[in-house]
Design a protein around this ligand. Structure first.
Ligand SMILES: C[S@@+](CC[C@H](N)C(=O)[O-])C[C@H]1O[C@@H](n2cnc3c(N)ncnc32)[C@H](O)[C@@H]1O
Length: 297
């Protein structure tokens, strides 16, 4: 069994309180850790609707759920198409929605997916490998200004212009096809003094920017946030776990707007973060932020 430690697990269960015959949507099945815990907490009458844009993870989650999979319906789908999924199963509103954004450790640790600069692999980065441009397509075809803007906006990278210039210079000698090649170009774009002072690998922000662009992460998150009032049943709860400030800011603002228009109550005034013990056990939880809302009755 693949393993992925679900982040903020107890906090998710307390916040979303899956119970009875709830209809539970896991927007990001991953390896099924949160789904399993939510079904176990809710009991045998609960129903799971599980989605993942990575088809292999849908199968893994189903497998990992074992006998609990009987309580679920599983879809290889982006959560931006959740309304279509709900329509297909004739379930207009649900009681619990969880989105645990981003990537699973099994995806990050597979060099062929090209998500990480820690190991060399093709510059792909797509979560759904059945469609869409790869990171190599973007890096090799986007003009310098647009590339700089993308790295600045999605990576919050102050050296975006220098990095874009280096990328465009490098690709004049041939397409940039691998994560190692791109990481090296980005590292060299950093002035040595800045590079030595940096606490993170200089490639970190540029890789984040490309992952966000390739998977339209902010666009699909906005779509999910927009649909919540329609698809949550009265009293229904939604929790979103984000891993960087660009996502968390969007969640925070949308949740506040929904409260100000009296559609929901906030379940979290401030985001819930991992305890020191969890961070020790699972370093990935360090940047996780969980926010929740409950639809008014
Ligand atoms: C952090 S993992 C989820 C881990 C899961 N909660 C668990 O306990 O195993 C994120 C998963 O969401 C999927 N994902 C990311 N963006 C998605 C989207 N827009 N729609 C559907 N799935 C998505 C990824 O493919 C990945 O499998």
């Amino acid at each position: 069994m693949d393993s992925h430690a679900p982040v903020l697990l107890d906090e998710v269960l307390t916040l979303l309180n899956p119970a009875g015959d709830d209809w539970i949507v896991d927007c990001t099945l991953g390896l099924g850790g949160h789904s399993q815990a939510m079904l176990e907490a809710a009991g045998a009458d609960a129903h799971l609707i599980g989605l993942d844009t990575d088809e292999a993870n849908v199968l893994r989650a189903k497998d990992n759920l074992g006998p609990l999979a009987k309580q679920g319906r599983f879809f290889h789908a982006n959560f931006s198409s959740l309304p279509d999924v709900l329509e297909a199963i004739d379930r207009p509103a649900v009681d619990v929605i969880l989105a645990d954004l981003g990537f699973c450790s099994n995806q990050m640790d597979t060099p062929e997916r090209g998500l990480s600069f820690q190991a060399d692999g093709p510059l792909d980065m797509r979560l759904d490998t059945s469609e869409g441009p790869t990171a190599a397509d973007i890096v090799n075809t986007t003009d310098e200004t647009d590339l700089a803007n993308l790295i600045y906006e999605f990576g919050e990278e102050r050296l975006s212009r220098r990095i874009a210039r280096r990328i465009v210079e490098a690709r004049a000698d041939g397409a940039i096809e691998t994560t190692a090649a791109l990481a090296e170009i980005v590292r060299k774009a950093y002035p040595p003094a800045v590079r030595h002072k940096s606490r993170i690998d200089p490639a970190t922000r540029t890789f984040q920017a490309l992952r966000i662009a390739v998977n339209d992460e902010l666009g699909v998150l906005d779509e999910l946030l927009a649909m919540l009032p329609e698809i949550l049943a009265p009293g229904g709860r939604c929790g979103i776990i984000s891993f960087h400030s660009l996502e968390d800011r969007r969640v925070k603002h949308r949740f506040r707007d929904l409260r100000e228009t009296h559609q929901v109550e906030l379940l979290t005034k401030k985001p819930i973060i991992a305890t020191p013990e969890e961070i020790e056990r699972n370093p990935r939880s360090r940047s996780a932020k969980l926010r929740g809302i409950q639809k008014r009755d």
